[in-house]
Design a protein around this ligand. Structure first.
Ligand SMILES: [Zn+2]
Length: 284
């Protein structure tokens, strides 16, 4: 089944404490679209807002009324990417005075009046206790939210249901990302609610799989370097030979993120002249 699953439910109620409304923004990077989650028995807390797609608001209101709710109590965001905070203005237009919070960190442009949330801070709703967990790597401002009552974590884009996470060149950092996965491993965890794709029940196995996937990729890149492949394009052509060419630009970002991590680790050296492809070699 494709990652962009057109049959993915538009709304769902996975448990008595967790409801889900789809952001209706399907795509190569978002899969079926962004999941927005409503937490609590009453006065629900909303995690993420989707991209601001016009059809989202009527769907959101319909789901609220099905649950007997009139409005969200507040919004907390996982990170600054448009498909997570793009719906803030739309929701504020509908629900006056709606409070919104995220970790304010290296942000250049944000909607007005966003409160700061820090690592370890607790957000309480009706029957739900959420703890913010700073998990940089995909984005430097990324927070996951741990739901104590269910031993569950809302992973935003750190772990996805059906795809691997992109580590963007500017704000991403693969070393940070692996550290964030290891931090999640340390939580008392049973379930993952990702920002894209279905609920993941075996949380620890999924985190392990994500770490193993990155370590395997790292081994492939080191092998390519030792065989004398010294450009990202050459490494992508070999390592992603089975993957459609349309995904190679994303693959190139991933390889670059690995190379930067290996440079930080002291295992690889990189050099590039302006306008020319950078060249990479094993160190020492
Ligand atoms: Zn993102």
């Amino acid at each position: 089944m494709s990652w962009i699953n057109p049959d993915f439910p538009r709304t769902a109620t996975p448990t008595s404490l967790v409801g889900r409304v789809l952001g209706l923004n399907p795509g190569l990077m978002t899969g079926p679209g962004t999941n927005t989650y409503l937490l609590g028995r009453r006065d629900p807390i909303l995690i993420d807002t989707g991209a601001g797609v016009p059809e989202y608001l009527p769907l959101f209101e319909q789901y609220l009324s099905e649950r007997g709710w009139s409005r969200p109590s507040r919004v907390i965001l996982t990170h600054r990417h448009r498909d997570h905070l793009g719906g803030v203005e739309q929701l504020r237009g509908r629900y006056r005075g709606l409070a919104v919070a995220k970790m304010i960190h290296r942000d250049t442009e944000l909607p007005e009046s966003i409160a700061d949330l820090r690592d370890g801070q607790v957000v309480e709703g009706d029957g739900v206790t959420l703890t913010a967990v700073h998990t940089p790597g995909h984005a430097s401002d990324h927070l996951c939210y741990y739901l104590r009552e269910e031993k569950a974590v809302f992973t935003g884009d750190v772990i996805l249901g059906g795809s691997t996470t992109v580590i963007p060149a500017e704000d991403g950092d693969l070393g940070d990302y692996l550290a964030s996965l290891r931090r999640l491993q340390g939580l008392d965890l049973e379930r993952i609610y990702p920002a894209h794709g279905p609920v993941i029940e075996n949380a620890q196995a999924k985190i392990r799989e994500y770490i193993d996937h990155r370590l395997e990729r790292e081994r492939q890149i080191l092998a390519a370097l030792s065989d004398g492949l010294d450009t990202i394009a050459a490494m992508v052509a070999r390592i992603y030979a089975e993957v459609p060419k349309s995904l190679h630009p994303v693959a190139a970002q991933s390889v670059e993120s690995h190379l930067k991590k290996l440079v930080k680790d002291g295992r690889v050296a990189g050099a590039g002249a302006p306008g020319a492809p950078s060249r990479w070699t094993l160190s020492g």
